[in-house]
Design a protein around this ligand. Sequence first.
Ligand SMILES: [Zn+2]
Length: 321
Amino acid sequence: MLQFYAAVYNRALLENGLRIRDKMAVVTDPRSFPKRRSLFQRLGITKYAYISIFDSVERQTALLRDFKPDAIKGYASSLLILAAEINGLEREIKPRLVFTSAELLEDSSRKIISSAFDAELFNLYACSEFSLLALECKAHDGYHINADSVLMEFLDGEAVASGEKGMVVCAGLYNDVMPLIRYELKDVADPSEGKCSCGVSLPLIKSIEGRADDFLVATDGRLISPTVFFPYPFDSVDWIRQFRVIQEGRRKLVIQVAPKKAPGAQSRSQIIEAAERKIRGLFGEDMEVSFDFVDEIPLEPSGKLRKVISRINSGKRFRLS
Ligand SMILES: [Zn+2]
């Protein structure tokens, strides 16, 4: 079964331009480094280098410079930090392909990462229970569902229509050790009835909206997708290094920003005022919005950056209105 999942994963990478003799650098949690090399790797067909997300960005860059990968795979947040480090200066790190997974990928991060590496970026939708669930293709217009390895439904009480948001519920078609049937993944996504322009006829997801637990609540009770914060609520964004939204209470949002370089006091107050107006317009005029400028936003123990956290919504039945 693990070999089957590996094949499903590799198919996605090969379809999107990975070649069998390419070198792939994987920037990830060291606890998920493989314990032994696969048969392919022992035969020297594919070369993988694993780089810890907990290493300093300077060390990660040095390892990449030595390895000279053709493709890089990692969490969007860690590739974003690497992108800022190498941007425009690093001509020795020239991957053709970049794959991101495991976190929400907002358009601004996508642009920064692919332009820093000067490479095409593909976002993958995967989970530990079912391996790769869906992937972008070269058309970059939604995600192809791996319908030959997983049966995916989108539910909000009942099955949602094309273009509506629903909870992702999956049944694995190949796991006979631990069969998972109609297993709720706590992610929200919207299915699309259309066919992809690339010609592949697999069913499509239009967008992946993030974890249901991370949905935010407006003061009138409406659930709001975490994606409303991406693009950021600021007019210019090139000064932002890290960004996070925390809903502390029904009427309290805290916006954390780690700037590359702190904006001056006057422009900071203008930036905040404009963003606050935008956020209140979405969440209700009686929403308290506070801004917290910090040096660094700590990563989760897994090394991921949770960009949106709700401290009030967990356990709440998902119901979009
Ligand atoms: Zn396609």
